[in-house]
Design a protein around this ligand. Structure first.
Ligand code: PRP
Length: 190
């Protein structure tokens, strides 16, 4: 922290630094590129809006490791408190194309309860993808309500509310280059 940016004063502590994110993204991309070396046409599916930073950096890291990828985005919204493990999710933005026979990698910023991902994996399977795996930068093991298979995980983090690198509080803080815990005083300010 402490590079003098406006947001540093709002952050209680950094959970994952910019450098850690960069190194882990490279490591994950290397691993995925190796695992998919025989596979043609890998399709990354990013989940808006939170995954936008990680999607952009992960896709570029894949490219640097010799893998071409295509990119798609979805936006979904859970029905608030009513969401259950049966997966009550509303599609705000669907895929723009048919994914039949495609090898899909879902790119997520965070797996929290697992409800979004659990629903999304069922949805993508129903759209006849050849395979679906997940790369998630962050996971909160203590928050999981529904078990979901995440093959590639960046960091397991404590069950605290975090912002930055795509993650927001009331739509703010997504642009932070690191992931951190907001100072409690900030919750009342928005
Ligand atoms: C966040 C995050 C994941 C989801 C994870 O998105 O980006 O998609 O929640 O939570 P879960 O594991 O409990 O389902 P959010 O709904 O906050 O939307 P946003 O990305 O547009 O901020």
């Amino acid at each position: 922290m402490a590079d003098g940016s406006w947001y540093d004063a709002d952050i209680d502590r950094v959970i994952v630094s910019e450098e850690q994110i960069r190194d882990k993204t490279t490591e994950l991309a290397k691993q995925v590129a190796e695992d998919y070396r025989e596979v043609d046409g890998v399709l990354l599916v990013g989940v808006l809006k939170g995954a936008v930073m990680f999607m952009a950096d992960f896709a570029r890291a894949m490219g640097r490791h010799g893998r071409s990828v295509e990119m798609e985005f979805m936006a979904v919204s859970s029905y608030g408190q009513g969401a259950t493990s049966s997966g009550v999710v509303r599609i705000l933005k669907d895929l723009d194309r048919d994914i039949t026979g495609r090898h899909v990698i879902v790119v997520e910023d965070i797996v929290d309860s697992g409800l979004t991902l659990s629903w999304l994996l069922r949805y993508l399977a129903s759209r006849s993808a050849a395979s679906v795996e997940v790369v998630a930068l962050l996971r909160k093991p203590d928050a999981v309500k529904v078990p979901v298979s995440v093959k590639y995980v960046g960091f397991d983090i404590p069950n605290e509310f975090v912002v930055g690198y795509g993650l927001d509080f009331a739509e703010r803080y997504r642009e932070l280059p690191y992931v951190g815990v907001l100072r409690p005083a900030m919750y009342g300010k928005v």
